[in-house]
Design a protein around this ligand. Structure first.
Ligand code: BES
Ligand code: ZN
Ligand code: ZN
Length: 501
């Protein structure tokens, strides 16, 4: 996919060449003066006439009429040099790759050194490039009968740079792996519930495990009965599909300590159960396994990059259905932890399956927990569709998650979790907990409930109900699943600093 070429020669022949352009008085200074000279200053003229723009994320395409080796030049505007950021670069690369893909060009050369600045180092620009390519050009194939037009993919990217070849190649690969992992999560979320059952998800995880050498454990219904996983079993009670508790273990350290537990909600379809969803609210509920997808996407990245960390991924998976055998409001169930739960709303099923999964992650030695879930409509009301909601019981652990999310460009915002919030999930008159203490602050209630099972273990809860899907096409991908938090989780693992050792 990527070739790094240390000899920057504009006379080499490529299908197209991508050049970054910062908005500064002399746009073709430094490394680009050479290029403008080959055009006898005509590029500067084209800037003056507005045919080439340095405006942030603008793309100007010009034909070179054989003045240089390549046929087409794509100028990518990067805006003011001082305001440059990793995010702007990633989106700029995304935008130009999308244009190149729609122009059906299969080979592209990128003049990397035109993208660096005082604030953007070459390796960051390289990571942005590697990540943007798969993210921006992602498409969910879907199930339409063959269209006439065969899809053209960008197959080869030649990176022209005077930087160290090996380092650039490595950064390209890492960026690409992050983008690919996110795309895998997107595809899982885009896949409808009839084609991605809990069994399918378990098979997918097994294949991932086989590929990367993870230890895989798939608990069946009988195992869950033995272990007393009454919460996951209750949600599955109305389903014709068997539930799965999926566990992947990655050991990158000599000893099984400082273990990060990634727990992802894997509801393959959420009807709401007897607290059934209205006809408008039910459409789209195939995405209720967005947390599981992010965890699996992150495990793919971890498998590729093999960091020196220990990770246990736990995914409770089932659909939430209605039938004569389904669980009901007013039921009282017993979770694996022994805590009893009064079910007031069968649509608050995510926290139930996560309860047993968090307990099971601890059982596997997790010392630091992140649970990630499309948990509440409440988080969408609170934070909208571009910010993931977070809760925690541990400042230092939250700080690590926040930094990873910042670096990944996936914003999260913390909601409060006070003693009186916790009181509300403990307010059942007949059981230890209740799964739905009412509408007020219900994004907090969802997380607070899961936190009861983390107990003293450092824990962060990420509610991606608003961010797992989007109805907007952006420079970073099409409408549909976003694969949100895949990169944050993988970065969290890569950068993790244990507090035990
Ligand atoms: N899967 C939903 C949350 C959701 C809503 C995800 C919208 C994506 C988009 C979850 O299981 C749910 O139904 N939550 C309820 C909880 C309530 C009953 C306490 C909700 O948010 O309405
Ligand atoms: Zn629900
Ligand atoms: Zn749900």
């Amino acid at each position: 996919m990527f070739n790094v070429n240390n000899v920057v020669n504009f006379q080499d022949t490529y299908e197209c060449l991508v050049v970054g352009l910062y908005d500064k008085p002399d746009k073709f200074s430094g490394s680009l003066s050479n290029l403008d000279e080959l055009f006898q200053g005509q590029l500067t003229e084209l800037v003056k006439s507005g045919d080439i723009s340095a405006k942030k994320k603008s793309v100007s395409k010009i034909h070179t009429f054989e003045k240089i080796g390549t046929k087409r030049l794509f100028f990518v505007g990067l805006g003011k040099e001082k305001e440059a950021s990793f995010e702007i670069l990633r989106e700029a690369f995304g935008k130009v790759f999308k244009e190149i893909q729609s122009a059906k060009l299969e080979e592209v050369a990128v003049y990397l050194d035109s993208f660096t600045s005082e604030t953007i180092e070459a390796l960051d620009a390289t990571h942005a490039l590697g990540e943007a390519l798969p993210l921006a050009t992602y498409e969910f194939e879907g199930y339409k009968q063959k269209s006439n037009e065969p899809k053209k993919e960008i197959e080869k990217v030649i990176v022209l740079t005077e930087q160290d070849e090996e380092e650039i190649q490595a950064a390209l690969t890492v960026g690409y792996v992050y983008g690919k992992g996110t795309n895998s999560a997107r595809t899982l979320v885009n896949t409808p519930g009839n084609l991605l059952t809990a069994t399918d998800m378990a098979n997918y995880a097994q294949e991932l495990g086989d590929k990367y050498g993870f230890e895989v454990e798939i608990l069946e219904k009988e195992d869950m009965l033995k272990l007393g996983m009454g919460a996951l079993l209750a949600v599955n009670q109305g389903s014709a599909e068997p539930p799965k508790m999926i566990v992947l273990k990655y050991q990158g350290k000599e000893e099984w300590k400082d273990v990060i537990g990634l727990v992802g909600k894997g509801i393959t379809f959420d009807t709401g159960g007897y607290s059934i969803k209205p006809k408008d609210g039910i459409v789209g509920m195939k995405s209720d396994m967005g947390g599981a997808a992010a965890v699996l996407g992150a495990m793919e990245i971890i498998g590729e990059l093999q960091p020196e960390q220990n990770v246990v991924a736990v995914i409770p998976s089932t659909d939430n259905m209605v039938s004569g055998t389904a669980f009901k409001p007013d039921d009282v169930i017993t979770s694996m932890s022994g805590k009893t739960i009064e079910v007031l709303n069968t649509d608050a099923e995510g926290r139930l399956v996560l309860a047993d999964a968090v307990t099971y992650a601890k059982h596997h030695g997790a010392n630091y927990l992140v649970d990630i879930a499309t948990l509440t409509g409440g988080v969408i009301v609170a934070l909208g569709t571009e910010t993931t909601g977070a809760l925690t019981n541990d400042e230092a652990w939250f700080e690590q998650v926040l930094e990873a999310s910042y670096e990944a460009g996936e914003p999260i915002w913390r909601l409060p979790l006070f003693e009186n919030d916790i009181e509300r999930v403990r307010s059942s008159k007949i059981a230890d907990l209740n799964n739905s203490p009412g509408r007020e602050g219900h994004a907090i209630m969802g997380g607070a409930f899961v936190g009861e099972f983390a107990e003293g273990t450092p824990w962060v809860h990420l509610d991606i109900a608003g961010t797992a899907t989007t109805n907007k096409t952006t420079d970073m991908g099409p409408a549909g699943a976003t694969g949100v938090m895949t990169r944050t989780l993988a970065l969290l693992v890569e950068r993790f600093e244990g507090m035990e050792s």
